[in-house]
Design a binder for this molecule. Sequence first.
Ligand code: UD1
Ligand code: CA
Length: 447
Amino acid sequence: MAAGLGTRMKSNRAKVLHELAGRPLISHVVRTAQSLHPQTILVVVGHQADEVEQAVLAEVGELASFAIQAQQRGTGDAVESARSQLANSDSLLLVLSGDVPLIKAETLRNLIEHHRATGAACTILAVRLENPTGYGRVVRDERGNFQRIVEQKDATEEERQVREINSGIYCFEAADLFAALGRVEPKNQQGEYYLTDVAEIILHSGGRVEVVTHNDARELSGVNTRAELAEFENLLRRNAIRRLMLEGGVTFIDPSHAYVSPDAQIGRDTIIHPDVTIEGTSVIGERCVIRSGARITNSRLGDEVVVKDHSIIVDSEIAANCSVGPFAHLRMNAVLEEKATVGNFVEVKKSRLKRGTKAMHLSYLGDATIGERTNIGAGTVTCNYDGIRKHETVIEDDVKIGSDTMLVAPVRVGSRSVTGAGSVVTKDVPPDSLVAGVPAEVKKKLK
Ligand code: UD1
Ligand code: CA
């Protein structure tokens, strides 16, 4: 179920699109569902349906299909909107909430196993909470048998004392579910069709209802507010960092001020300084040093890379023994081959710096391929954009680009050539030449 807006988020964005650990809430849930190898994952969408569908497809692709719930009239109505796709199946249906992102596959497997073993028509996953406020309560009779679920808003004072809550996750026999669902009425405080009423209806029509009481409250908690979202974020972050320290042998100078995606990998003996952010599926090698304020997103770093303070590395690749920063910006598939160096205030966009090449200060390198052992002087700019199109710059091996050289692309500088300080290079430079001036002319052959 992922059709609701999530009023308590106070957002114009559907709740399930809010991100946890860099991925929409719904992506977490469908990823877990996928790991159970279901026949299909049917997602009920409504608010911002297109975007929710995109997020689901990006995570599980073909396995997903969708049911549209045009108006959000409650969780019962959400499942009802999938009737035509599911009602005729004799299969087992696991109902998950798009806003319960930490649910583990193992817990779901246990739920399904219990459901099958007991021959239940409906099995509810429940948990006891210190503070059950806001949740539906599991009401039992004096012998402890399940009676019904009552929502916070509909509960009596006595029922509100119950600490055992409905997690919003259930296992159903599809046929029994849809038979009961047809009888749900919106007779409650919120005027909604409650999926939770199905349990009582099944019970009264002679079906078996089971409750599996789980012991990890956090895992079953839903995200309802931004405060809860921040708590979850914090929890995932702490867990990821703990795992990296204890199992991965990574040093964090201050683990409470590091931000690492659970999908990132970091090699042994790498040192992460405070205020570093590592996002997405970044992979960082061994014995690297990542200094304060760096952000690394969906990038790969080899071993012994040094990233100095306040550098941003997005969608890029850095081979072993390179040094980057401080205040460098690598983006759009920037590639540094081994032992390349990019210094302060250097931006590298969609460019490759080959082995041992250096750009130490204040440069823009865009759409460029730069050979081995080349030195890019301070203030060099690849003028790659003519206002309409982007053009490429090629600089070959062992070149010395003088300070403040403008390379007006498309342009090529041949191996072992040198450009004088302040050159504006508008034409290709042959190998072994010294060029200088505005526009730059060949002043002498070096060989
Ligand atoms: C629901 C349960 C409650 C349980 C809690 C656990 C009901 C009536 N109540 O309450 O017993 O303790 O979850 O988290 O089911 N959704 C739709 N369409 C709708 C309404 C909701 O798709 O018309 C989706 C939401 O997007 C969300 C999920 O269903 O992903 C749960 O909805 P929400 O409104 O958060 O239910 P709760 O009030 O938390
Ligand atoms: Ca909820």
